[in-house]
Structure formats: C-alpha cells, structure tokens
Unconditional design. Structure first.
Length: 255
C-alpha cells in the first residue's frame, strides 16, 4: 500500500488535481488503475514476457530498433506537416510497437485506426525483421489527413507486402475480417476513442485473441472503457501496464 501511495505521489501532476475537482469518481479510479505507468523498457519487458521471446532478447530488439533510425527520422519529419505538432503526438509510444512485435513474433496482428500510418510502419518493420506475420488494418480516413494523402501514406512501399489495409468503418469491417483471420496474436486499438466504440471493439476482438495474445489500446485515459473492460474479463489491477497513454495486457490461459 505504501509503495502505491508513493507511486501516485511521484506521478501526480497539476492537471490531475484539476481533473479531480471536476470528476472525482473517475479520478479515484484512474489513480487506482490507469496511472500504473512504467518506463518504456519495463512496459516492453512486462508485456513481452520471457517465455515468449526465445529467439530475440530485449537487447537485440533495441539493436534492431536503432538500425532503422533513418526510417523513424523520416516518419517524424513527414509528420511535421501537421499543424502544432499534431502528427507527432504518439511518437513516444511508437518504439514500443516495434519492440513488442519483434519479441512476441505474432503471425496475425489487427489494428484499428491508421491515419497517416506511423504505428503501422513500426509494426510492419518489425514483421519484416521477424520474417513472419501480417498486419491487418482498418481505417476510416480522418478529415485531417494532409491534402492529397490517403490512409497509411507514411508506410514505405517495401513494407506493404506484410500489410492488408482495409478502408471503411470498423463496425462494418471488423467482424468480416475476424472471420477471415480466425485467431489473432496481437490487437491494437487506435480508432475512435469514445467509450461505446472502444468497448464495442474490445468485446469483438476478445474471443478471437489467442491465449497469451497481446491486447493494446491507445488513449486508455480518454474514458473508462479500458478499465471497465479489464474488470469485465477479470484482468486484475496488477496485470497490465501503461506507457504514456498506451495501455496493455496479455490474455492469460484462464481467459
């Protein structure tokens, strides 16, 4: 209990206190659940698990990440076309997607929400380095894509052999996709961040995620969907981690 209090004291910020004034119930739950934040390497280590990476160590995965620095720099440069650094808001979490993909070596990854394709590119580069796997992405193109650009415009041509990109509404396209893929190894939500939509996606994906599969969601603090879903599928408070605004857990054998 003391460790939890010290952890909360360390991470609490002024905007958290302001939010507590306007939404005390949500803030209480957030302090108990959402702010289980850890540094990047601890996030990756916890979610990859030692038994799931027999051929690639975390150190080797980081070496691979560094090898592609030119690609990452190109992506960040291209994202600068967005006003007020909007396109770079998730760049902090992007390396985790490469590292986790390298370590767990998924055969089938499902991603909802693509936009410019930065997250997709990091996952796809890891799949290429693994020499195995496919990324299935669904995207309803947002209004703020740069003029003349399509969903996933950042993804280099040499990575697209590992990609199946489908354009349309997730609520129309996710079920047919899951019928095709059957069991999947890795899911990441990054589409519409409303409570109802997030819960809808989570519940659709869950039966198709294999035991031991990786479940990730962006913007887990946007509302209580992530927390409520964890309670629904009996993921305990110590069974997940958050890095910045990216939350994740593994589906255990008991689920």
């Amino acid at each position: 209990m003391l460790n939890e209090i010290l952890h909360i004291a360390k991470i609490i910020k002024l905007h958290h206190l302001m939010k507590a004034i306007y939404s005390p119930f949500h803030t209480f739950r957030a302090l108990k659940h959402h702010y289980r934040e850890v540094p990047e390497k601890k996030f990756v280590k916890f979610l990859s698990g030692p038994s799931d990476c027999p051929t690639t160590t975390i150190e080797e995965a980081y070496d691979g990440l560094e090898k592609h620095n030119q690609l990452w720099n190109d992506i960040k440069r291209d994202l600068s076309v967005y006003p007020e650094n909007y396109g770079c808001q998730m760049t902090r979490e992007l390396p985790c997607l490469y590292l986790l993909t390298r370590l767990i070596k998924p055969n089938q990854v499902v991603e909802t929400g693509v936009s410019s394709g930065a997250s997709s590119a990091y996952i796809l580069q890891a799949l290429k380095d693994n020499k195995i796997g496919k990324l299935y992405s669904i995207d309803l193109p947002p209004d703020n894509l740069p003029q003349g650009k399509k969903s996933g415009w950042l993804v280099p041509e040499e990575l697209r052999d590992f990609w199946d990109l489908r354009i349309g509404d997730t609520k129309q396209m996710l079920d047919p996709l899951l019928k095709e893929t059957g069991e999947i190894d890795f899911f990441i939500h990054d589409s519409l961040h409303t409570y109802d939509h997030m819960m809808w996606e989570y519940k659709r994906i869950w039966p198709h995620l294999r035991r031991g599969g990786l479940f990730l969601s962006h913007d887990v603090g946007a509302n209580e969907a992530f927390l409520d879903f964890m309670n629904e599928v009996n993921i305990r408070w110590y069974g997940y981690r958050v890095f910045h605004v990216l939350g994740g857990f593994r589906k255990s054998s008991s689920h």
